[in-house]
Design a protein around this ligand. Sequence first.
Ligand code: SF4
Length: 229
Amino acid sequence: MWDEDDIVIVSALEHYSYCPRQCGLILLEEVFDENVYTLRGKHSHEAVHTPSTINQHGVRIERALPIWSDRLGISGIADAVEFHSDGRVYPVEWKFSARRRHRHDNIQLCAQALCLEEMLGIPVPRGAVYSRQSGRRREVQFTPQLRHETEAVIQEIRNMLRTKQLPPPVNDERCPNCSLIDACQPEALEASIRKYRPDSVFSISPPFPPESSKPLKQTKEDDDCTESF
Ligand code: SF4
């Protein structure tokens, strides 16, 4: 159904919704670099990177579970999926810290839910992001809006893969924490793009930043963190 080159990996949704250029640098330019945040992230995933099955308080937990959606053309690995005795299926994404900005985590988790719904033929209305640092989890509801946003991000990534066009830099408060800042050079690039805005006779008209590249807004939900793992 999908060309192999059109398959979007689920983890790319987090990168793209954080910064489309970051995702482009990884997928198109094969750039990857570590900083303290990526190293912490790696460390926090160690416990869930080996496929295993455990039973905890009557809940079967599958770790490092392969997931996919033929409809959406996505595939990946879910950190942990809980199978409850009442039939509920509940994906749990592991992160190092409880981040203030949740949008990209929510989108990645929602993509996992969409895969599980298609694979198992049952609704998956909720999941959680678990913070290894705090030992707490934040529940995420897969609302129609989040599902729509997730599918839109998948399509934007696929368009980027097809056109092989690297998105422009966001050059905002996301950059200082980004491990790819040296490869990206956001300030220098934005200055050069500004120089060639469409009002210039010699414009190169850089592509408009997609919706996903807009700065993230802080919401009340961003300060909520509920439930212990
Ligand atoms: S440095 Fe900024 S613009 Fe560049 S990839 Fe990272 S977040 Fe995006």
